[in-house]
Design a protein. Structure first.
Lengths: 462, 68
């Protein structure tokens, strides 16, 4: 008998709606796994054990009386510890935030509660979302490896079946990177599609909030609950929100897939390259037309991205960097200090330079409905080091990991990481990028690929 | 050379003064750790400075909350 915790969000929602599973049974199953596995995995920084059971009892009564009010009703969801949850600390992975208690729910958490989700706890983030290793969390596929980041705890918790959905944030790839290295799905929606109110900022003009889930279908279900205008968030978009879960099925016949060839000429592992070739063949078998295209220049995008990221992050942290600098971890502090000396002219030129990146994407989309690229140039790196091997050459892990993901942040485009198999015993992901506000096409392509990819069904051995 | 740092060179006293001007009094050890970061930042600044951006304005978003 499958443990309820190991179900997908969609399958669990189906059983809950039919009365074949209760939210209380589901929550107990998840919490039992958390109690057993989290001491080794360290995906959660805190677990809301009693509150989760209380909410699950209430959801059990509500569904028994009136049926589920949404596909998330009674579903255990994990919250990255960078989102405010009323009455709980938002530590953002940092001693700088010691003593903080959130006065109100972030908008995303408010929407999750409204949908009837059960909050399991807060997941580990890399300090202030500034990196990709997320200590002390580990990768469930190999506990000696990193879970990626900055939403590393969320990715690890999903792969280990310690929740059925999770929130992440993505400023340079922090949803897609942990999705890729943990073998789960993660979507960075269009900039402004999901509210960031109540989320600790990293870089205002690059930050995105979004879901990480076990499958693309689950991503569509969770995005449906999270997306929508929030008048309390200056960057929130007031645009119609489709019912994503109704838009993800159907043939890919006629879909134009542009394979970003210049990004693959950059250094990537041979195993990642082989995954991409297999993905291209599969999209063709599914009826899509697949052709090569050129994306924005990676070196230029990286330079523009760093100037904006470091300038905005250093601005946000300016007071605490002066008052309590000793509370930052070494790498975070160096990053923030380096941003202090970027001239205003360089920051504004970087903001102007974004137009060149946007134009590069616009040209790529002239002949394509979605773009296809690797999410990462390699798999999960070794825990306890800030280096990773890419095609046999050692690189700084953050630079290596964000290289293929950060361009979509500069242009604000929706970008999905989908599991695409394994090599060396570790998961690999491919990235599907769409036009602004066209998450539906991105999810449709991802769901068709996922259901046809014949990825082996192995699960982490925990 | 900006702030005392360029590819292959670092004048720690100039770097220290640059940080003092923005209100950060950093120890020499911290300054030495920062040198590669500042060199990388300078390379990025130089690359962006070469872009042809004459007709490009930085985008400024209108805040819909103004009317509420």
């Amino acid at each position: 008998v499958t443990s309820p915790a190991r179900l997908s969000l969609k399958d669990a929602a189906g059983l809950l709606a039919k009365g074949d599973l209760s939210p209380l049974e589901l929550a107990r199953s998840v919490l039992e796994r958390v109690d057993r596995i989290n001491p080794r995995l360290q995906a959660y920084v805190s677990v809301f054990h009693d509150e989760a059971l209380q909410a699950a009892r209430q959801a059990t009564d509500e569904i028994a009386a009136r049926g589920p009010r949404s596909p998330l009703h009674g579903i255990p969801i994990a919250i990255k510890d960078i989102y405010d949850v009323e009455g709980k600390p938002t530590l953002a992975g940092s001693r700088v935030r010691e003593g903080h208690v959130a006065e109100a729910d972030s908008e995303v958490v408010r929407r999750l509660r409204q949908a009837g989700a059960i909050l399991v706890g807060k997941t580990v983030t890399h300090e202030f979302a500034t990196g990709v290793t997320s200590p002390p969390a580990r990768n469930p596929w190999d506990l000696d490896r990193i879970p990626g980041g900055s939403s590393g705890g969320s990715g690890a918790a999903l792969a280990a079946d310690l929740c059925l959905g999770a929130t992440g944030t993505d400023t340079a790839g922090s949803i897609r990177i942990p999705a890729s290295v943990n073998g789960v799905a993660g979507l960075k929606p269009t900039f402004g599609r999901v509210s960031k109110r109540g989320v600790v900022p990293l870089a205002w003009s690059l930050d995105h909030a979004g879901p990480i889930t076990k499958s693309v279908t689950d991503t569509a279900l969770m995005l449906g609950a999270l997306a929508g205008h929030d008048s309390g968030d200056a960057s929130s978009l007031d645009s119609p929100v489709p019912v994503f879960s109704e838009r993800i099925s159907g043939s890919l016949a006629g879909l134009r897939v542009g394979v970003v060839s210049n990004w693959q000429r950059d250094r990537i592992d041979a195993g990642v390259g082989a995954t991409m070739q297999a993905a291209c063949r599969l999209f063709q078998e599914l009826g899509a037309s697949v052709r090569e295209t050129e994306g924005p220049d990676l070196e230029l995008a990286s330079a523009i991205h760093f100037n904006i990221l470091a300038s905005e992050a250093s601005t946000y942290h300016q007071p605490t960097l002066r008052n309590i600098p000793e509370r930052y971890r070494g790498g975070t502090r160096l990053f923030l200090e380096s941003g202090e000396l970027i001239p205003a002219t360089a920051y504004l030129n970087a903001q102007r330079g974004r137009e060149i990146v946007r134009q590069g994407f616009r040209e790529a989309f002239e002949d394509a409905d979605v773009l296809l690229a690797p999410t990462l140039p390699t798999t999960a790196g070794v825990f306890g080091t800030n280096k990773v091997l890419v095609d046999g050459i050692e690189e700084e892990v953050t630079q290596a990991y964000i290289r293929l993901s950060a361009p979509a942040n500069l242009a604000g485009l929706p970008a999905l990481s989908v599991p695409s198999g394994f090599y060396g015993g570790l998961p690999v992901g491919i990235q599907i990028i769409g036009r602004p506000l066209d998450e539906a096409t991105v999810l449709r392509a991802g769901a068709a690929y996922e259901s046809s990819a014949h990825n082996d069904s192995r699960r982490p051995d925990l | 050379m900006n702030h005392g740092v360029d590819d292959g060179h670092a004048d720690l006293e100039s770097v220290r003064k640059a940080f003092l001007r923005v209100g950060l009094d950093l120890a020499e050890e911290e300054l030495m750790r920062l040198v590669p970061w500042l060199q990388a930042a300078q390379r990025n600044i130089d690359l962006i400075a070469d872009l042809e951006l004459l007709d490009v304005e930085p985008q400024v978003a209108f805040d819909a909350r103004w009317h509420e």
